[in-house]
Write a protein that binds this ligand. Structure first.
Ligand SMILES: Cc1cc2nc3c(=O)[nH]c(=O)nc-3n(C[C@H](O)[C@H](O)[C@H](O)COP(=O)(O)OP(=O)(O)OC[C@H]3O[C@@H](n4cnc5c(N)ncnc54)[C@H](O)[C@@H]3O)c2cc1C
Length: 495
């Protein structure tokens, strides 16, 4: 059996890992990556500084533990002890409104307000907007009528102002998306579940909160209601976001080392230009490389962005290719800057801030990296990362490095008053990086899955389909292996 995996991001690496680990017969695995490094969006720049270093993430900076596949893989790779949570001492997160930072109100459960006091006190919403949120208590559930956008749903339940000033920046930001286009079912399906089950968002979030408190009591832990209000922390010092000590590249490095030991053929700088289905009866594959060479395979996993996968399969599966290629991606960039603490006009006393779309900034969010992860900068220095670009605003940005740097510096000057020249800067441009699970995505996935049934030894993996987070991508690699090798990988549901 020869298996070829195209794309050496986390999904492709995870697929190669599970294929070599789980195959019950000998199998030759080849992983092809066009870039000159492994990991795709997972890229960490470790910059030596005196006896210490700055740890700069170019793409993701953490992964969530509530989806178990990330933690499981790290444990299997021997990285369990190296995983760090976000800083338990300073859990504040801010939201920008009219160029002022407002602390995220306490009492949010699953990002839904569940406490009266903090909502009354917040300056993020006007009095009529706060009153409108209360309608959620009395408004009946909408009948089951399929999907709607995240924006339409939250506006219906909590009002437009709560959506624009509170929920949109927290939720659409994850996708660099437009909440008025994102499919609720594909992005936050539990919102609709809360409405259907409990008759409202707030009632549902309160029920979840009570359930969590009950479980915490049963486990002998004291439920800490304030921590459920924060973006990134669970009770005590335990965080729901984790990352290896010196960056997510540790996962990539450990995976590559494992794959090398297992004799997997690893090829960087290998651009795949075409895929042919050779033998329809006993389905085999022919993969053409940019240098004209071709490779034969019995099984094929495409762990490339959906628009690449669509282009690769269009000659033998035009309809499937059309569906896959129709999944839109948004370009983004991150700009990380380092400063001396003494050059900061205000303390970075939180994880950072998010910027609602209605504020009209080119930046989407700003992470105060050295507060969120104190070990990421030497003592006395601060790292700040500005996240640029979102759906619908890409044409407003020129994307050259100088302009991205200017956007980041303007953002920091306007909001934090930082005018000093940074000690170091790192800019990462991510062209067509964030898939948009827009309205119609669930139906598209059904059509894709149906069409894929006609190709038993072909599978798609990666962030374009069932989740964009690192754990989702790892799981997608695992599921692709299950399909192509016709095996079942033991599931993990609890950690
Ligand atoms: C700025 C940013 C911040 C993020 N933050 C977080 C976060 O904090 N937490 C989180 O969980 N997720 C985060 N995400 C999302 C997450 O990082 C991605 O969804 C995930 O890494 C995608 O992995 P992948 O393997 O599907 O795709 P990719 O990483 O894109 O890998 C696909 C690979 O395929 C290769 N390829 C493409 N075409 C070809 C070809 N023709 N031949 C050969 N190879 C090819 C590419 O070079 C690439 O290496 C973030 C994403 C970005 C961009």
């Amino acid at each position: 059996m020869k298996l070829i995996i195209i794309g050496g991001g986390i999904a492709g690496l995870a697929a190669a890992y599970y294929a070599q680990k789980q195959a019950d017969t000998p199998i030759q695995i080849t992983l092809l990556e066009q870039a000159d490094y492994w990991g795709g969006k997972l890229i960490t720049d470790r910059v030596p500084f005196g006896d210490d270093q700055f740890v700069i993430e170019g793409g993701p900076d953490t992964f969530v533990v509530t989806k178990p596949w990330g933690v499981r893989l790290c444990k299997e790779l021997g990285l369990g002890e190296r995983l760090q949570g976000t800083n338990p001492k300073t859990k504040k997160t801010y939201i920008l409104k009219n160029d002022r930072l407002h602390e995220l109100p306490g009492g949010l459960t699953m990002m839904i307000p569940t406490e009266f006091g903090p909502m009354i006190r917040t300056g993020l919403l006007s009095w009529p907007a706060k009153a409108r949120m209360g309608f959620d208590f009395f408004m009946p559930s909408a009948p089951e009528n399929g999907d709607e956008t995240l924006g339409a749903f939250v506006t219906r339940r909590l009002g437009r102002s709560a959506y624009e000033n509170l929920i949109e920046p927290l939720m659409s930001g994850i996708y660099a998306g437009d909440g008025d286009r994102l499919s609720l079912q594909s992005t936050f399906p539990y919102f609709r579940d809360l409405e259907m089950k409990h008759g409202g968002l707030v009632k549902g979030a309160l029920a979840v909160r009570r359930e969590r408190a009950k479980k915490a009591r049963a486990n002998g832990k004291s439920p800490n209601p304030t921590t459920s209000t924060r973006l990134s922390a669970s009770p005590g010092s335990r965080s729901i976001f984790l990352t290896p000590l010196t960056g997510l590249a540790e996962i990539v490095e450990a995976l590559v080392a494992k794959l090398e030991d297992a004799g997997v053929n690893l090829h960087l700088n290998t651009h795949v230009t075409n895929v042919k289905r050779e033998n329809v009866k006993r389905e085999t594959w022919n993969v053409t490389l940019a240098d004209g060479e071709s490779l034969a395979a019995d099984g094929l996993i495409l762990a490339t962005p959906a628009y690449v996968s669509g282009a690769l399969i269009k000659n033998f599966a035009p309809e499937l290719a059309g569906e896959v290629a129709a999944i839109k991606y948004v370009s983004t960039a991150t700009v990380t800057l380092a400063f001396q603490d003494c050059d900061l006009p205000r303390p970075l006393d939180g994880y950072g801030y998010v910027i609602p779309r209605r504020e009209g900034h080119k930046a989407l969010a700003c992470t105060w990296t050295s507060t969120k992860f104190p070990h990421r900068a030497p003592n006395g220095y601060a790292l700040v990362r500005v996240f640029i670009g979102r759906a619908g605003q890409e044409s407003e940005i020129s994307w050259n490095e100088d302009d991205l740097l200017d956007i980041a510096r303007e953002e920091l000057q306007l909001t934090l008053g930082i005018t000093t020249e940074p000690l170091l800067k790192r800019i990462f441009r991510w062209e067509k990086a964030m898939p948009q699970y827009n309205l119609g995505h669930p139906e598209r996935l059904k059509r894709i899955n149906f069409a894929l049934e006609g190709f038993p030894s072909l599978a798609l993996a990666g962030n374009g389909y069932h989740g964009i987070g690192i754990p989702d991508c790892i799981h997608s690699g695992e599921l692709a292996v299950e399909k192509v090798l016709e095996i079942k990988i033991p599931s993990c549901s609890t950690f």
